[in-house]
Design a protein around this ligand. Structure first.
Ligand code: DC
Length: 229
């Protein structure tokens, strides 16, 4: 069967990576997390002292971009995809609060985006991939055969995040989380470079009232329609 590119974009905390991962596993495709790449560049900034007093040393980062090599590989035990920064597994570090705090600033730099987009396009050369992010269907792979734009109400997303934190045994304030979700939506949609928007030919998936199983079923049906049609 002819292999295609599947682009999954959408708002934060919509469960994009969970759905992209499980879809890739079900159909035997490779999964790529583009957000992890922006997180890896952010970690590089922290490790190399390129972030101080709340701001990034933009010129130093620009000069050192060619030192940043990002790759993904399957964890030998869990089989989950993990992120490598210059050959080192940084999957845990890129999810830290320090990285989360600076990543939106790093992802807004035009030269960082240009570099990541080039690397992402190379990852899609042989097709047979699912990539999730914010600009995959609009900028990285405008010709992707299957494009999904995921959304859910801000209240539902805040509740999911709240439940995750409580399940971890930590405390959380729902109102604060909701405000953060709304703020991130605003930043993502109004950013100058590659703002978050639905590609005209993307299928809209509002998963506010869907279970994971229903969502998976919906995605596989769309995949079959597109690859058989
Ligand atoms: O999906 P995430 O939270 O791991 O994304 C991390 C950050 O990177 C977030 O600020 C959005 C940004 N991002 C982006 O600008 N473009 C992408 N294709 C993926 C993520």
């Amino acid at each position: 069967m002819k292999k295609i590119i599947i682009a999954i974009d959408g708002f934060s905390s919509c469960g994009k990576s969970t759905m992209a991962k499980s879809l890739a596993r079900s159909i035997g495709y490779l999964y790529f997390d583009s957000g992890a790449m922006y997180r890896a560049v952010s970690l590089f900034c922290l490790q190399q002292g390129l972030f101080a007093d709340g701001s990034i040393d933009v010129e130093a980062l620009r000069a050192r971009m060619d030192e940043i090599k990002i790759a993904f590989e399957a964890d030998p035990v869990t089989k989950n995809s993990v992120t490598l920064l210059n050959g080192v597994n940084v999957e845990k570090e890129i999810r830290s609060l320090e990285v989360s705090r600076i990543v939106s600033k790093v992802a807004a730099l035009d030269f960082v985006r240009a570099d990541m987009i080039e690397q992402q396009r190379r990852m899609g050369q042989a097709k047979g991939i699912v990539m999730d992010g914010r600009d995959i269907g609009t900028t990285v792979f405008p010709d992707a055969e299957m494009k999904i734009f995921v959304t859910a109400s801000a209240e539902v997303r805040a509740q999911r995040r709240y439940d995750e934190i409580i399940a971890r045994g930590d405390s959380a304030d729902y109102a604060e989380i909701l405000e953060n979700v709304q703020q991130r939506d605003h930043i993502d949609q109004t950013r100058e470079v590659s703002p978050l928007r639905k590609a005209d030919d993307a299928l809209l998936l509002d998963n506010s009232n869907m279970t994971r199983a229903e969502q998976e079923q919906w995605l596989i049906e769309r995949f079959k329609e597109i690859t058989n049609g």
